[in-house]
Design a protein around this ligand. Structure first.
Ligand code: MRU
Length: 355
């Protein structure tokens, strides 16, 4: 399976246009900083780790044009402002910045490019480890008869990362090990990343799955048809509160009420040491048009957006929500599982810094 972000034979950075999936596999070139920024804001690329990787390459491309301190600061500002919630973007930009700042301007672009490539390789390795830790945790749920039923929200699979995914990495690891799994895929209104992206990549790997309406999860949990909820996330605050795609909080509440474990998979880079609680996490508000219109494939094969709201009805479109730490059973990271608590996160950040 190719990575989600790759270098073509002519040296050009390229990715899939995720706004065209699952109907078209369109490759888009990311030839300059503006193309990277546009891909992030329009969600041609999305998912916290992938946004970080594209941002890092965007910075390298900006430095090819101008690489003095003033230009570096301006590019960081522009790219950092493309999407506010996922902290991985800031983390990746700062990692590249810290690598190039001590260098003379004429060496910065190529050092930044190499650092962006390392960020991608690290992401792949990190997600593999998340897969192994998550698999060990979830294997305990394997039953003598029938699959482990996993409910997920949005897309935290390979399309949200450079490869493997975060929340889907344990699913792929279990499936590869021959453990029977079945995934309940929340459609994830308004942009339907579950229905369009998660279902697509699970099908690509032959993982049994069923798409459900966002509001069906509570009923399925009550009926005993969900063994575990497993989601990715965009930022973890130091008290264990978690920001993820809007609707995650309601799944966590339903999981709590039905004694279903609720796990959050993420790399340690998703933990924000500067956010004391979820209240400090900025929630992106997107164009209400994403809510008033639904995109899909028309019978003639064209991709269209159709209006589902009466003319003139106002709409509000927060893209993420906060799940309080008390509803999170554990975080699954590349360092292992961890309590969503101040001591648990301090330990994790400490061991990461010590590496
Ligand atoms: O708005 P999106 O599609 O970028 O939101 C993505 C999510 O909410 C994912 O769950 C999150 O980024 C984790 S990705 C491994």
């Amino acid at each position: 399976m190719p990575r989600t972000l790759w270098i073509e034979s002519d040296g050009q950075l390229a990715t899939w246009d995720q706004t065209r999936l699952p109907f078209e596999s369109a490759v888009i070139p990311l030839g300059d900083e503006a193309a990277c920024a546009r891909a992030i804001t329009t969600m041609q690329v999305r998912g916290a780790p992938l946004i970080g990787a594209v941002g890092a390459y965007g910075l390298a491309l900006a430095l090819r044009v101008r690489a003095d301190d003033e230009a570096l600061a301006a590019a960081l500002e522009r790219l950092g402002g493309t999407r506010p919630t996922a902290v991985n973007l800031r983390w990746a930009l700062e990692r590249v910045r810290d690598r190039v700042r001590p260098l003379p301007p004429d060496q910065r672009a190529s050092a930044a490019w190499d650092e962006a490539a390392r960020i991608c390789d690290d992401d792949v390795a990190c997600n593999e480890r998340i897969g192994r830790h998550g698999r060990a945790l979830l294997e305990a749920l394997a039953k003598r008869a029938g699959p482990i039923n996993i409910l997920t929200h949005c897309n935290a699979g390979r399309l949200a990362t450079v490869d493997h995914g975060t929340a889907l990495a344990p699913v792929y690891a279990l499936h590869a090990a021959g453990v029977a799994v079945h995934v309940w895929v929340d459609e994830t209104r308004p942009r339907n990343q579950g229905a369009s992206l998660t279902a697509w990549e699970l099908a690509e790997r032959g993982v049994p799955h069923t798409v459900i309406a966002d509001n069906a999860g509570g009923l399925l949990m009550r009926q005993g048809r969900v063994d575990v909820v497993l989601v990715g996330c965009d930022r973890v605050a130091m008290n264990g509160d978690v920001a993820n795609k809007v609707g995650t909080y309601l799944k966590a509440l339903a999981a709590w009420d039905n004694h279903v474990p609720f796990y959050v998979a993420c790399p340690v880079s998703t933990i924000d040491p500067w956010a004391r609680s979820g209240d400090a996490i900025p929630i992106e508000e997107r164009d209400p048009g994403e809510l008033t219109h639904v995109g899909g494939r028309a019978p003639d094969g064209t991709i269209v957006a159709v209006q589902v709201v009466p003319d003139g009805s106002p709409a509000l479109n927060p893209a993420f929500d906060i799940t309080p730490a008390r509803l999170v059973s554990a975080l699954i990271t590349e360092q292992g599982t961890c309590d969503a608590s101040v001591p648990g996160l301090r330990r994790l950040i400490g061991s990461e810094r010590a590496r």
